[in-house]
Design a protein around this ligand. Structure first.
Ligand code: ADP
Length: 478
């Protein structure tokens, strides 16, 4: 990881430096010359455009000074009409009128403009024994550019505009740049190394440690702690992983509890059923309706448990589809409560102002009511009363189930909807349950898009409620 970061950074630095090198050093000369050529041509256009101006002399001076060029305007015979000199030792100012006339003819032959670039001669006076002058071309000599253009004045006379400019050699500049770039390259590589080292320490190491912690988690060590140091994102990642580890361990624990509970819950009724059946077989006097009832009760208990587990796994797998229809919810609740009428020692009351219709899966909503009422009956207080209320507001109907039991501690109110969760971990036979009832309720109501919740005060009882949208009874089935 560390070396990869450094490698990446070094490549990045190298690319930037190569680009800089190419543009600053290799192409500098080309760029500079192209700019200069463009400059002299633009200046020529400028002069031609002002050829009829009354203040031509002033303007020529300005153009010559601004661009550092020499300008000569002459006629076909080579006699100078205007002349501006901004370049020392200028080549065109050394031309006589015959030369100028030649240039005029050359330009005319060339289609009206003429451009030439050549190295400037360096005149050296060498004291030869006989005295004399030689002309040499220095290796790094400046280049000279001349540009000639024919222009017709308003009075019909054709003139030659001749410009001369100098291209200073860039060799020295390039050398300076080369040294600068070499220095920058060295500094950048050092910086890159430093940065890669720092980055690798700040990102690489924490990720490596998170990785090994994640491997430990994958192999089942839920107590592992993710410690991500360095950047905020790494911190957040380790927080998320810690959270995931906690949740995983919770689920793992709940599942273990479930297996323990279910096996206990299955074994107890089975033992009772076998025991009672054997007694009834062996002792004729024991074949009483009470004993048969015990067998039936225990078998029912087992059925409920098995059904709960099956229901929840089906709901979770998403294979269950809602079969919606418009039905009378109030009637449906009454029907459910009717089945509890045999429990004469319980007081179950249902208050509803009028019959309300909903568009939902009747069977599943009945299961919700069942589960809530069953819980209320299981956990209600010694007065053994459970109250159901149906209220309406804003096009919604709310069914609430209130008991007078011990209530639920407020810090557990969110957990009870989780699979396999039981507030009272100690397994009491009287409070038989799988911890699945409420998660089935939650799943069914989520599928319907209904709201649900619980209010509870410890020692005073709990109220579980859910809400569904009401519809008019004459709405047709979906
Ligand atoms: P169980 O089958 O154990 O009742 P549930 O999912 O229906 O499973 O409920 C989860 C837990 O929520 C229960 O174990 C119980 O601790 C708590 N609980 C549910 N309903 C009530 C209630 N009416 N009063 C007090 N506690 C309740």
């Amino acid at each position: 990881m560390q070396w990869k970061v450094f490698g990446g950074f070094a490549v990045f630095t190298a690319v930037i430096l190569v680009l800089l090198w190419v543009f600053q050093v290799v192409f500098l000369d080309t760029f500079y010359k192209a700019i200069k050529v463009n400059e002299i041509k633009t200046a020529a256009q400028d002069v031609c455009g002002r050829i009829d101006s009354a203040s031509l002399q002033d303007e020529l001076q300005r153009i010559a000074l601004n661009n550092q060029i020499c300008i000569i305007i002459c006629d076909g015979q080579g006699s100078r009409l205007y002349s501006e000199n901004a370049v020392p030792n200028c080549i065109i100012h050394r031309l006589n009128s015959w030369d100028l006339a030649m240039v005029y003819t050359l330009t005319a032959q060339n289609g009206g403009s003429y451009f030439e670039r050549f190295p400037q001669e360096v005149r050296q006076t060498i004291l030869l024994p006989g005295g004399g002058e030689t002309i040499t071309f220095a290796e790094e000599s400046p280049e000279v550019m001349i540009y000639a253009q024919l222009v017709t004045r308003a009075d019909g006379k054709q003139l030659l505009v001749l410009l001369n400019s100098m291209i200073s050699p860039v060799g020295a500049t390039v050398e300076t740049l080369r040294i600068q770039l070499l220095t920058v390259t060295a500094i950048m590589l050092l910086l890159g190394l430093l940065l890669a080292f720092v980055l690798a320490r700040k990102i690489g190491r924490p990720i490596e440690s998170l990785n090994s912690a994640a491997k430990a988690l994958a192999s089942g060590d839920y107590g592992v702690n993710f410690e991500g140091e360095g950047y905020r994102e790494v911190h957040e990642l380790s927080d998320t992983l810690n959270y995931a580890a906690r949740e995983l361990s919770k689920t793992e624990q709940l599942q273990r509890d479930l297996v323990a509970n279910i096996s206990h819950d299955l074994r107890t009724p089975l033992t009772l059923i076998t025991g009672y059946a054997e007694v009834m077989r062996d002792l004729p006097g024991e074949n009483t309706p009470e004993n048969v009832q015990i067998i039936i009760d225990e078998a029912t208990r087992m059925t409920t448990l098995v059904n709960d587990v099956l229901d929840l796994s089906k709901l979770q797998a998403g294979v269950v589809q809602l079969e919606r229809s418009v039905f009378n919810l109030t009637e449906s609740v009454r029907g459910i409560l009717l089945r509890y009428s045999k429990l004469t020692d319980y007081h179950i009351a249902f208050y509803a102002e009028r019959d309300v219709f909903v568009d939902a899966d009747e069977l599943k909503i009945s299961q919700v009511v069942y589960n809530l009422v069953n819980n209320a009956l299981t956990y209600t207080g010694p007065d053994k009363s459970v109250i159901l209320r149906q209220t309406e507001s804003d096009g919604k109907v709310r069914v609430s189930v209130t008991d007078t039991g011990e209530g639920i501690p407020s810090d557990k109110l969110n957990d009870i909807w989780e699979r396999y969760y039981k507030v009272d971990k100690a397994h009491k036979r009287a409070q038989v349950g799988t911890g699945l009832g409420l998660s089935i309720v939650k799943m069914i109501l989520d599928m319907h898009g209904g709201e649900y919740g619980v209010q509870s005060r410890e020692g005073a009882g709990s109220t579980f409620w859910f809400e569904l949208e009401t519809v008019k009874p004459d709405d047709t089935e979906r």
